[in-house]
Design a protein around this ligand. Structure first.
Ligand code: AMP
Ligand code: MG
Length: 323
């Protein structure tokens, strides 16, 4: 379970997806209310886990490990999945694997695109980072300083009454908009979205720009900023693969901009299939398998009651043992 999504999935160690069941907390107006999101997760968890097992056509006793989303995100939401996973691991007497859901975005991207060792653009709701593997650690080359790209779009969407999540609706409205200038804020390798969103909200409230024009111009501006720092990361790392992952990877305009940039510098561009761009149980299951296989004895000996969520864990704190 992540901030907004509760999902369950059965995946084999060959990367075959046997089932994938999810439910996402949404609102008509306003953003995520943490206690409501957690209530949503509690309500759906049993039926989602049951359905995932049924759809997979295997029986519970054939499950050999369980993984859950340990980090980062809203604590109340993360805790629901952790508790459900611990309960099931105890019942089935099998190892429990803690997975960073950010790492899982990277790994589902690699599994489904066959990218080998790319520069990653992680564009999710709360997190926006340009990442590459260096030794056994992920290095963050640049990131959004205050709010992530998805949250930035959602924040603007909230002001114009689009509800959560706003990203897809902004993409739709942008189709009939034209360009107006907004601030462009790149600081070295980092990007800063919140001032731009404040400016866009201001223009809308003063009736100086239409929803459509603002949606279009926000996409053009925020995505250009991401494209600029991604290009610099490719140049710096001398890698020739770029992989876009996370919920905002569903956006066709962002894909198009990155595609053009990669073509111009002869780099291969990959994007996670849209079905797996947002949070899902498949990516957690698959990453858990990779982690487990890299050190089965460690995971077999873990004490279940000592495993906890890490709401603020950063991706560069994680030791990569499986690549
Ligand atoms: P994640 O946290 O990775 O599950 O991604 C969720 C975020 O992706 C939310 O902030 C959504 O608004 C955003 N999102 C989903 N689809 C789109 C889209 N087509 N364009 C832009 N943002 C999107
Ligand atoms: Mg996510």
């Amino acid at each position: 379970s992540t901030a907004h999504t509760f999902g369950a999935s059965i995946v084999t160690d060959k990367g075959e997806i046997l089932s994938d069941v999810r439910a996402t907390y949404t609102t008509d107006k306003g953003g995520i209310i943490p206690s409501e999101a957690a209530e949503h997760h509690k309500k759906v968890k049993d039926s989602i886990i049951k359905k995932a097992i049924e759809e997979s056509k295997i029986s519970e006793k054939d499950i050999s490990i369980i993984s859950f989303s340990q980090s980062p995100g809203l604590p109340l939401s993360l805790a629901v999945g952790k508790n459900a996973a611990i309960e099931l691991a105890k019942k089935l007497k099998i190892p429990l694997i803690s997975v960073s859901h950010l790492v899982s975005h990277l790994e589902i991207g690699r599994l489904l695109t066959k990218a080998k060792n790319p520069v990653y653009i992680l564009a999710t709701g709360a997190n926006t980072q340009i990442i590459a593997l260096e030794g056994n650690k992920y290095r963050i080359f640049g990131e959004a300083l205050t709010i992530g790209i998805g949250n930035a779009l959602d924040k603007f969407g909230r002001e114009i009454d689009l509800g959560f999540p706003s990203g897809p609706k902004i993409e739709e409205l942008a189709k009939s908009g034209k360009y107006i200038e907004l601030p462009y804020v790149v600081k070295g390798m980092d990007v800063e979205f919140s001032g731009i969103i404040t400016k866009a909200i201001h223009l809308y409230k003063q009736k100086k720009a239409s929803k459509e024009d603002l949606c279009f111009s926000l996409q053009e501006t925020l995505f250009s900023m991401l494209t600029e720092v991604s290009e610099r990361a490719l140049a710096h790392t001398e890698k020739n693969e770029l992989l876009l992952i996370g919920g905002v990877a569903a956006n066709k305009r962002l894909i198009e901009m990155l595609e053009i940039m990669c073509k111009e510098r002869n780099a291969k561009f990959y994007v996670v299939p849209i079905k797996y761009s947002g949070d899902n149980g498949v990516q957690i299951a698959w990453t858990g398998i990779l982690q487990y296989k890299s050190n089965p004895e460690y995971y077999k000996n873990l004490k279940l009651d000592e495993i906890d969520i890490k709401p603020r864990q950063r991706i560069d704190e994680i030791e990569v043992t499986w690549i």
